[in-house]
Design a protein around this ligand. Structure first.
Ligand code: PLP
Length: 353
């Protein structure tokens, strides 16, 4: 599909790399594409980033038919622009489409759309190590209709914005609250796709965890509240003795691209990695026996986020003295090294623009 380009003639001033936060500043342009049953996906265009005009009756507001993706563009020391496994994001977007009865997009077009938009706003990519351009593709239902059925029309939009290093002073371990009251997803629901509704379901638990002094929650399975699922917006790994365990993708867990990359790297380094069911009891027992060496989350935003403390119904355990461990550190250094072009990309993960 051809992408029409209408560049802004009112470019905004760019923020300085210092003090960049996450998700507050947006670049000059966005990409929009429409779907109708007659024309399929059509009218792909890059225009000025601006407000959308939408009917108050659009179905996405009332019934939540909305999905999204998240990835980043990185500036290398020689001013090249790297994307990390973008085809995986578009593939996952299409899996989300399928689950929410949204017509899929052509995967080649999806990657081309990301590249075209990032290229136009390449001056918006901050250059400091650890900073990047966050890319947010999303699709939502646009039929002006009050009644429950899949929408017949949709918009596919991509917006971008510069973001800071997730951690100001290196990577600080986070405190995580083990959620035993609320659940995020059940098998057969939306938990394994990137649907906006999953986040709506998670807000109450997050608010209560923050009130208790915790950063995010560790979700347990929705039925027995026994098996570990994931942490907030990240997948989770446990280093237990000489085994690295991450919950298997059993149907209610988001299949993270950072998770997948971490597994591939750990295996290439000779670690024993198990994707299996793991209970919260097993984690606490491993801790009591002195076998729980590290816990960390994986996701695009933070890359690797070490967990320094878990609280399950008031029983608090401290992991690795609340410090980052060697496995977390090595993964962080390697993944970011590949993303910023400092380490050779043996796996073919980088697409350069
Ligand atoms: C996006 C997301 C992740 C992380 O996925 P990545 O592809 O690694 O960024 C993990 N869990 C949830 C619930 C997510 O939405």
């Amino acid at each position: 599909m051809k992408i029409f380009v209408e560049k802004t003639n009112e470019p905004k001033s760019k923020p300085s790399a210092e003090g960049l936060s996450f998700g507050t500043i947006f670049s000059d342009h966005m990409l929009i594409c429409n779907y109708s049953p007659e024309m399929g996906w059509h009218n792909a265009r890059i225009t000025q980033y601006r407000d959308l005009s939408l009917s108050p009756s659009i179905m996405t507001i009332h019934y939540g038919q909305s999905i999204f993706e998240g990835l980043k563009a990185y500036k290398t020391a020689d001013k090249k622009v790297n994307l990390f496994r973008p085809a995986e994001n578009i593939r996952r977007l299409n899996i989300s489409c399928k689950r929410l009865c949204i017509p899929q997009i052509d995967e080649k077009f999806g990657v081309e759309a990301i590249k075209a938009l990032v290229d136009i706003d390449r001056d918006w990519i901050p250059e400091e190590y650890g900073t990047s351009l966050y890319i947010r593709p999303f699709i939502f239902a646009t039929d002006p209709y009050l009644g429950v059925r899949p929408s017949s029309t949709y918009m596919f939009v991509i917006i971008t914005g510069p973001v800071g290093a997730y951690y100001k002073e290196g990577i600080n371990p986070v405190k995580i609250y083990v959620e035993t009251k609320y659940v995020r997803a059940v098998v057969g629901g939306l938990g394994e796709v990137k649907a906006s509704a999953n986040y709506a379901a998670s807000l109450k638990a997050q608010v209560e965890a923050i009130e208790k002094g915790y950063t995010q929650v560790l979700w347990l399975d929705g039925i027995e509240k026994k098996y570990i699922e994931e942490v907030g917006t990240m997948n989770v790994f446990f280093v237990i003795d000489d085994e690295i365990v991450t919950p298997a993708l059993t149907g209610s867990i988001l299949p993270g691209i950072t998770r997948k990359s971490a597994i591939e790297l750990l295996k290439s380094w000779g670690y024993k990695v198990s994707e299996r069911r793991i209970t919260i009891d097993e984690v606490y027992e491993a801790h009591d026996k002195g076998m729980l060496k590290e816990v960390f989350g994986t996701g695009t935003a933070a890359v690797i986020s070490p967990v320094g403390e878990l609280n399950r119904d008031g029983k608090i355990i401290t992991i690795n003295n609340g410090e980052i461990g060697p496995v977390s550190q090595r993964l962080y250094d390697t993944i970011t090294g590949i993303q910023y072009g400092r380490i050779p990309d043996k796996f073919g993960w980088i697409e350069q623009i």
